[in-house]
Ligand binder design. Structure first.
Ligand code: SAM
Ligand code: FES
Length: 335
């Protein structure tokens, strides 16, 4: 057993290239995950409903300064159609993700959430639209959403400042996460691995932050450069280190729901399977209409942009079974 209360142990695991140690870490992460979730892998239907964004994160392909991004927004009816498609396939969780798009003010956003909730009352609605006021979060919760994803991106102030414009602050992001949790959302934090200027010490701070927040969900993926961003010339995050961070997140927050992210599947054909092997227990196949998929280009070479919802669904089911896990379509709340 690794003593993850000790920083020197964590730092060693963050940086190790010892295969035996890594295998031991993954085995312990799998044990932890099995204790709470058995071999189940939960499905979330992802709907990327707008790529407009008022923010200018230096790593992100849909940042407002990217004039090459062709922008789109889905209507309430288009979003409902995605949910209907997902519902027929058996999904019981819908994730509404988008840039920070002022068009979806509280009225418009809550109208959409309430409509999904009315039509699919047994399904969980997850929202991921960035930083808003506590009053806005309360309205979103009241409209029927139960979960909110807001990656903290990096828990180190200085590092945060190198990845974001000065108009954005880590303190507000953290404040939002604590507020969301306080008012009753199941919250998801998370970060990129291998983002420009990141140090092992920064990753250690990410783990400390996870311990402090104790979120129900943790999203971890490699940084992948996007050609139209200022950080386009930086190297992508390493597969191995991302997998170790997934495993460490599992040890730090054993009951967390941790997705095998699309970004991991993008940097390695079996990245998602490898993440399941390292302690992840969720997948998020795409339900967005195929004609818009390529436009939600957060990073280059994103996978699954040409596949219909049903194809992605079948593909993930098969991959999960082949890897020895059990696809599970229930709501999949945190244990
Ligand atoms: N606007 C919402 C927010 O800020 O939380 C949700 C959408 S945002 C595009 C979703 C996530 O994509 C971010 O939290 C970030 O970690 C990830 N992301 C953006 N650009 C990326 C890149 N170049 N490589 C890997 N992940 C990236
Ligand atoms: Fe989308 Fe395999 S998960 S095609």
């Amino acid at each position: 057993m690794f003593d993850v209360t000790k920083d020197d142990v964590l730092l060693n695991l963050i940086t190790t290239d010892d295969q035996n140690v890594t295998e031991e870490l993954f085995a312990e992460a799998r044990e932890n995950r099995k204790e709470y979730y058995g071999t189940k892998v939960y499905f979330r239907g992802l709907i990327e409903f707008t790529n407009y964004c008022k923010n200018d994160c230096l790593y992100c392909g849909i940042r407002r300064s990217n004039k090459n991004a062709e922008r789109y927004r889905l209507t309430k009816e288009q979003i409902l159609n995605c949910c209907r498609k997902g519902n027929l396939l058996g999904y019981k969780t819908f994730v509404l993700q988008g840039g920070e798009d002022p068009y979806y003010d509280d009225d418009r956003l809550t109208e959409i959430i309430a409509a999904i909730h009315a039509e699919f009352p047994d399904s969980a609605i997850t929202v991921s639209v960035g930083e808003r006021s506590t009053e806005s979060y309360e309205k979103i919760l009241k409209a029927g959403a139960a979960r909110y994803l807001l990656r903290h991106e990096t828990a180190n102030n200085e590092h945060y400042g190198k990845l974001h414009p000065s108009s954005m602050s880590l303190s507000n992001r953290k404040k939002c996460l604590f507020e969301l949790k306080k008012i009753g959302f199941q919250v998801g934090a998370g970060f990129m691995v291998g983002s420009p200027y990141q140090t092992p010490q920064n990753l250690l701070e990410d783990l400390h932050f996870l311990r402090e927040l104790n979120p129900q969900m943790i999203g971890i993926g490699p940084f992948i450069p996007q050609a139209d961003t200022p950080l386009k010339d930086f190297a992508q995050g390493s597969l191995e280190q991302t997998l170790r961070m997934v495993a460490l997140a599992r040890l730090i927050v054993p009951q967390a729901l941790i997705p095998a992210t699309t970004a991991l599947g993008t940097i390695n054909p079996f990245g998602r399977e490898k993440a399941l092997n390292a302690g992840a227990n969720v997948v998020m196949p795409n339900l967005s209409p195929v004609e818009y998929r390529k436009l939600y280009a957060l990073y280059d070479n994103k996978i699954c942009t040409g596949d219909e919802a049903a194809e992605c669904f079948m593909c993930m089911q098969n991959r999960i079974k082949k890897a020895g896990w059990t696809p599970d379509l229930c709501r999949g709340d945190a244990a």
